[in-house]
Design a protein around this ligand. Structure first.
Ligand SMILES: [Mg+2]
Ligand SMILES: [Zn+2]
Length: 193
């Protein structure tokens, strides 16, 4: 079984806590463009010495649409774009898996990733690893656009915020109520303080 992908970009200061951010629909749109107010929101987290950790489900790998290397490059580009604008992401954790075993269109190289894993959100294996890496007992919060993100946050007993971007928390997969709802990312960050 192949595990999740861990990309640590920095781990320099003594963090006062950790925040978990979803990627698609929360910090970037479908074209991987950074969404409005995200730069300011991440800068605010940086200023408050919170470890900024992105936790993302990327079943596109298990569907054979991109490779692990391509996924890593996409994450590097996104983190690099933000860094140029003074917004630092400390780590990205990606789950490349999908739980459905058989599908006629799956290329051979992707079949290994078709497993029931513990990392795919609402699983919290990636969150837990990040907490061990960044030494943070305190979870400041979880921000996402999907009920999977919020369900994971609940498992961690963390404050949760749905942002009204991407899926807007309207996917209906989990019947779950976030602690806060925000129009945009910066507002979501501010709700946590
Ligand atoms: Mg999302
Ligand atoms: Zn996984």
């Amino acid at each position: 079984m192949k595990g999740f992908i861990e990309q640590i970009y920095r781990n320099t200061s003594s963090y006062k806590g950790v925040v978990f951010l979803d990627r698609d629909g929360t910090i970037n749109d479908e074209e991987l463009e950074v969404l409005p107010t995200v730069v300011h929101g991440i800068r605010l987290l940086n200023k408050k010495k919170i470890a900024v950790v992105v936790i993302t489900n990327q079943p596109v790998v298990a569907r054979g649409l991109i490779t692990i290397d391509e996924l890593k490059k996409i994450n590097n580009t996104l983190v690099g774009d933000l860094k140029k604008r003074g917004a630092y992401i400390d780590a990205v954790y990606s789950c490349p898996h999908h739980p459905e075993k058989h599908h006629p269109d799956i290329p051979k190289h992707a079949i290994n990733f078709r497993i029931k894993c513990h990392c795919r959100k609402p699983g919290v294996a990636m969150h837990k690893k990040a907490m061990s890496v960044f030494g943070s007992k305190k979870i400041i919060g979880v921000i996402g656009d999907h009920t999977r993100d919020i369900a994971a946050g609940k498992k961690l007993s963390a404050p949760t915020v749905v942002v009204l971007t991407g899926d807007r928390g309207e996917d209906g997969l989990y019947d779950i109520t976030p602690d806060f709802i925000s129009d945009n990312f910066l507002d979501a960050v501010q709700k946590l303080f």
